[in-house]
Write a protein that binds this ligand. Structure first.
Ligand SMILES: *[C@@H]1O[C@H](CO)[C@@H](O)[C@H](O)[C@H]1NC(C)=O
Ligand SMILES: *[C@@H]1O[C@H](CO)[C@@H](O)[C@H](O)[C@H]1NC(C)=O
Ligand SMILES: *[C@@H]1O[C@H](CO)[C@@H](O)[C@H](O)[C@H]1NC(C)=O
Length: 425
């Protein structure tokens, strides 16, 4: 099993730490990266293994399983990184611990689902349950009485994860996304949900399927940009829009718009003060192992960004101040509160030595009055692709994949927990 490969890796790593120079560490890390990708690709995982999920998507594909926890605990390694000038963007940023209250858990755990809030309801869509099982339904959380309910089905043809989504306050527009489990590719099919009648309709398909594109409604048009191409990995720069009103497309085809300077999936896309902003994200992602009949996920290089772009008058992309650290997997992890954008959790750059995936546990604020970023607090744990809501002064988050513990920022359990904290901006 891949986990075994990871343990081997950690022994090599400890050995390296104790007897060779920093240069040696870097070389061994490169070797681990190469050797464990081959060991993980030859592994066969059983669906009832307790390590199944994390092995599959978060950990073993990420090169060396036991290494990061050792590394993050070791102040030697931290000092070494600093003295060698290695990039420490993976580190937690000091932040106050907010007071969090645990609410009712979602009916199912989910990863890479989607959620949008309409008044006192959070509509939560799709997502992986395990790497081999995806959801095809909607759950609703009611912020007034803090309960879950109202489950209904999604159309059979609708993607199950990595969707683009936007709402006008009644209709929810659902764009492309990954169809099926593991690392299958995206569909071009688009839908619209009338949240009052719970009725689904079709929208014209995208010119080309996209994986986790930035999506938002802006000045009467549904904008879809970036994401990955059909292999899930290669960043796409294209940007399309479609005129929509009250759940109907006003045009038969998508219109080409000015391409985004940096493509890639998992960004926050926000319209605020009549401006369209695209925040964070990454280039590259897991993709299907060539020839795998189940499209088995296999890790590829990813680079995470802190970039913020604004579509100035729809004519050109303008850079705004970047996030305090690179951050991705935040497409539904943001809220607008008192002229600030609040972003909870995510993933940052991989650990520079171990190459492990590093989750984010900070709550960020972008103050649109001062155009400044800050870190306003820490979550109960680090988590990616979490789904947020805001109601009566409370910031809520549910679902996603959380860390292994306070001292280990690598991904493990997929959760359905719901938490809230009172915000004071
Ligand atoms: C660290 O990485 C980030 C994101 O990749 C990059 O923007 C930044 O310039 C890097 N810093 C250093 C000191 O290399
Ligand atoms: C949410 O719960 C409250 C209290 O039970 C109820 O009055 C309200 O109608 C619910 N909202 C929706 C949209 O069902
Ligand atoms: C937003 O601003 C209002 C008015 O200043 C204030 O009463 C409220 O507490 C603020 N909300 C948050 C979440 O800080």
């Amino acid at each position: 099993m891949a986990r075994f490969g990871g343990k081997q890796g950690s022994r090599k790593y400890v050995l390296a730490l104790s007897c060779v120079s920093l240069l040696g560490i870097a070389l061994v890390a490169d070797f681990l990266w190469a050797s464990s990708s081959s060991s993980s690709s030859s592994s066969s995982l059983s669906t009832n293994s307790p390590y199944y999920w994390s092995e599959s998507i978060g950990a073993s594909l990420d090169s060396s399983i036991a290494v990061a926890s050792k590394a993050s605990k070791s102040s030697k390694v931290k000092e070494a990184l600093v003295s060698k000038g290695l990039n420490a963007t993976f580190a937690d940023i000091p932040a106050p611990q907010l007071e969090w209250e645990k609410m009712a858990e979602a009916p199912v755990p989910r990863l890479d689902g989607a959620a949008l809030q309409i008044k006192d309801q959070l509509f939560v869509f799709a997502g992986y349950r395990t790497i081999d099982e995806v959801h095809s339904h909607v759950d609703i959380y009611n912020f007034t009485d803090n309960t879950w309910g109202g489950r209904f089905d999604m159309p059979k043809e609708m993607a199950h994860s990595h969707l683009g989504m936007a709402t006008d306050g009644r209709y929810i527009y659902v764009v492309t996304g990954q169809y099926g489990p593991q690392c299958r590719g995206p569909t071009a099919r688009n839908f619209v949900l009338d949240t009052e009648e719970k009725v689904w309709e079709d929208l014209p398909p995208l010119p080309i399927p996209r994986y986790a594109p930035a999506t938002q409604l802006w000045r009467g048009r549904l904008h879809v940009m970036g994401g990955s191409k059909e292999d899930r990995h290669e960043p796409a720069l294209e940007h399309w829009s479609l005129a929509v009103k009250d759940g109907k497309a006003l045009e038969k085809e998508w219109r080409s718009e000015i391409p985004i300077p940096r493509g890639g999936p998992h960004r926050a896309c926000v319209v605020v003060n009549d401006q369209l902003l695209v925040i964070g994200g990454q280039e590259g992602d897991f993709m299907a192992k060539p020839g795998s009949p189940i499209f088995k996920c296999s890790r590829r290089n990813e680079v995470v960004y802190s970039d913020v772009y604004m579509l100035d008058e729809g004519q050109k992309w303008k850079r705004l101040p970047p996030m305090p650290k690179p951050n991705s997997h935040i497409e539904f992890a943001w809220q607008i509160v008192n002229n600030s954008i609040i972003i909870a959790g995510g993933t940052t750059e991989k650990h520079p030595v171990t190459k492990r995936i590093i989750l984010v546990g900070e709550v960020f604020r972008f103050n649109l009055d001062s155009m400044e970023w800050s870190v306003i607090g820490r979550m109960p744990y680090r988590i990616k692709t979490t789904l947020t809501g805001f109601w009566n002064g409370w910031l809520y988050f549910t679902s996603g994949q959380r860390d292994r513990g306070p001292n280990d920022p690598t991904p493990k359990k997929v959760v359905g927990e719901m938490w809230r904290t009172k915000l004071h901006l």
